[in-house]
Design a protein around this ligand. Structure first.
Ligand code: FPP
Length: 258
């Protein structure tokens, strides 16, 4: 995506000591950055607050991550907001998250319009509460024609379920004679995932010091560069994104070659 360099320089005003925009090669930026946002609960607990406050603070970080990604010209920013396993959390926390998703999306739609961001959602959305589902559908509908960055949120998402769903769809197509089983290539599988049509992530960021994939993008991350930071998600800023990009730019990506 095109970068407005002047806007970017203004956006990255006063730099902290350890990182600056000058260290970044603007001609070699990742196209798709994905984030496992982790540490909201610990952020709140550390401050003697209810976990819910951590999620509310996490929304601010996510808003900043979207703006930062637009400024840096990423084509896609994706983020893991709620996994198929997160239903195991206390009902009060699940309810809070579901209503936070709906409220936040309504509140942030003007930002999506202003920044020409298209929304995508990955996961089993039909299992979500009515209000959340309705607002999500509205978000998809209202931003469908935007042709700037794609912002994809994984909600009620699990990678194994996604792959099983793709396998079932392909099996149905084979049964109907639409595809020959011998023609099922990795690209065909990719075209049946939620991420169909999007590039695989170049860079995966996980916050809060955990080093797990947590059933996220198991197929899509085959050649993705990882960046793990101890920073808790509500503390993650535009500078942390720059640190992650700097690290990405120092990797030698060989995609299995030499
Ligand atoms: C992980 O922290 C975070 C989540 C499960 C929820 C992610 C949601 C947000 C950041 C809010 C985003 C809002 C919208 C609208 C998408 P955790 O609770 O697992 O933290 P812990 O590991 O410290 O307990």
């Amino acid at each position: 995506m095109q970068i407005d360099q002047q806007k970017l320089i203004e956006y990255y005003g006063d730099a902290p000591d350890d990182i600056s925009l000058a260290e970044i090669d603007l001609g070699h930026l990742p196209s798709h950055v994905s984030i496992i946002m982790d540490g909201n609960g610990r952020w709140a607990t550390k401050r003697g607050l209810d976990r819910a406050k951590g999620h509310v603070a996490g929304v601010d970080s996510l808003r900043e991550a979207v703006t930062t990604s637009v400024r840096l010209g990423f084509d896609v920013l994706s983020a893991y907001a709620f996994s198929t396993e997160n239903w195991k959390r206390p009902k009060l926390e699940v309810d809070l998250l579901m209503s936070l998703f709906a409220k936040t999306l309504v509140k942030e739609l003007p930002l999506f319009h202003q920044e020409n961001v298209r929304l995508k959602l990955f996961g089993d959305l039909e299992a979500l509460p009515d209000e959340t589902y309705r607002v999500f559908m509205r978000g998809l509908d209202e931003t469908a024609d935007h042709d700037g960055m794609t912002f994809a949120l994984a909600v009620n998402y699990g990678s194994r379920a996604e792959i099983a769903r793709a396998a079932a769809q392909i099996a149905r197509e084979a049964k109907e004679g639409l595809i020959d089983p011998d023609d099922i290539t990795p690209d065909v599988v990719a075209a049946h995932l939620y991420t169909a049509g999007l590039p695989d992530p170049d860079l995966l960021i996980r916050t809060s010091g955990e080093l797990r994939l947590s059933n996220y993008f198991l197929y899509q991350l085959a050649y993705t560069e990882f960046y793990a930071t101890d920073t808790l998600w509500p503390d993650f800023t535009r500078w942390d994104m720059l640190r992650a990009v700097r690290s990405f730019q120092h990797r030698s990506r060989r995609f299995g070659g030499v």
